[in-house]
Design a protein around this ligand. Sequence first.
Ligand code: CMC
Length: 444
Amino acid sequence: MSASGGSQGSAPATDNQKSSTLRLDDKEHTLPVYQGSIGPDVIDITRLYGDTGYFTFDPGFTSTASCESKLTYIDGDEGLLLHRGYPIEELADNGNFLETCHLLLYGELPNAAQFEDFKQRVTMHTMVHEQMHRFFTGFRRDAHPMAIMVGVVGALSAFYHDSTDITDPVQCDIASIRMIAKMPTIAAMAFKYSIGQPFTYPRNDLDYASNFLHMCFSVPCEKYEPDPVLAAAMDNIFILHADHEQNASTSTVRLAGSSGANPFACISAGIACLWGPAHGGANEAALQMLEEIGSVDNIPEYVKKAKDKDDPFRLMGFGHRVYKNYDPRAVIMQKNCHEVLEAVGADKDPALPVAMALEKIALEDEYFVERKLYPNIDFYSGITLRALGFPTSMFTVLFALARTVGWIAQWKEMIEDPDQRIGRPRQLYTGPAKRPYVKMEDRK
Ligand code: CMC
C-alpha cells in the first residue's frame, strides 16, 4: 500500500487531497488519508470491506485510530502529553485539577468567573443519595475497593434518572458534573468501609483534593484539617491521571457508550477495565514488586527475571504501549514523590531506594534500552500514595477517581459526534467451519 499527494485541512477532511493506494488481487483501491492537527496521518478504511471484501487485522489496536478526538495528544517518541494543546507539565505546575476538568470537558481553561461557577456546580453535587450507603454495607468488609467502585458507580444510574437521557445535552452535562463531584465521595466511602470506620460526609468549604483527604482520613472523634502540602500533591496526582487519549479503559467507555448506554454505566465499565494490572492496577503491582524485591542487592535477580522470556515476571511500572521515551507524567510524579515523602517524614520508606536503584539499573540495561522501556507514571505513584496514607488496594481507585473526567469528556465528545455509530469490530475467524449437529449417542 502506498500514500501519495499533499494533504490539507484537519481530520477527517472530505476535501483531503492525500490518498493511499492499496493493491489487492490485482486491483487498485484508493483510500483517503486524513491529517490531524499533529501526529501521524490516518488511512480511512471504513469502506474497505464493502469495496474489497477484506477486513484489516490489528488485535491490540497498535495501528488503528478508533476515533477522531480533540482532547488529548500523546507523542510517545518525544514523551509529550497535551490536553487540548496544553503540556501536562504546565497544567501540573500552574493549574489545579478542577481547571483541568473544565479544560477537558469544555475545551478551554476557565477564566476566574467560569472557574467559580464550575467549582460551585461540582461542589453542590458532592453528596451521594443517602440510600447509597446501603450498597456499601452489602459488600464484604474485605472486598477490594475496585470491586465496590464498579458496583456502586454502576448503581448511580439507578439513583439519578434525571441525568441518564443521552439525547438531552443538559442531562449529559449534569451527569458529567455529578460523576466528577461524587467519585471522591464514593472512593472515600469504599476506603472507610474497608477499614471499618464511619463514612465521612463531604465538606464543601474545602477544595476538591482537600475534601477528598478529609473524607478519607478524618474521623468523627477528632478534628482534622488537611495538610496543604499533601492536598497539593493529591491534586497534582489527579491532574496527572486526568486523561490519556484512547487507552484501554477510555476505549471501553467509548465502546460501551456507543450503544447508547447511560454515562454512569459506561464509567463503571471503564473502572472495570482500569482494574487490570497491565493498566490502572500497575501502581499497586509496582509497589508490591518493590516490596518483594526488598533490597537493592536483590535487584539484579529481578532484572534477570524480567528479561527471561520463560518467566512471566515483568518490571511493573516499566514500559508503555505509546511512550517509547520517558513518560512525562513519571517525571512529575518522581518530583511529587520526593516532596510528599519529605513532608510526611517517610523518606525512610524502604521502597524508595529500591525504586531509585532499579530505575537506574534498568535504564542502563541493554534489554530495556533496546525495547525503549522507561518508567511510567505508576512506578512512583505507588510510593507517593502510600506516603499519603493510602493502602495499596486504594491506588487504582484513586486512578479511577482522577480518570473519570477523561472518560466522561471522551464519552461526551463521542455522543456529540453526529456521525457516531455503535462500535462493532470484526474478526479473523479461525474456528471450525459449518458442520452438522451430531446427536449425543453418535458422538465419539
Ligand atoms: N518488563 C520486562 N519486559 C517488558 C516490559 C516490562 N515491564 N514491558 C514490555 N517488555 C518487553 C516485552 O516482553 C517485549 O519484549 P520482546 O519484544 O522481546 O517480546 C517488548 O518489551 C514489547 O512489549 P509489549 O508487551 O509488546 O508491549 P505492549 O505495548 O504490548 O505493553 C505494557 C505495554 C504497559 C502492557 C507493558 O510494557 C507492561 O506490561 N508493563 C508493565 C505493566 C505496567 O507498568 N503498566 C502500566 C502502563 S502505564 C499506565 C497506564 O497508562 O495505564
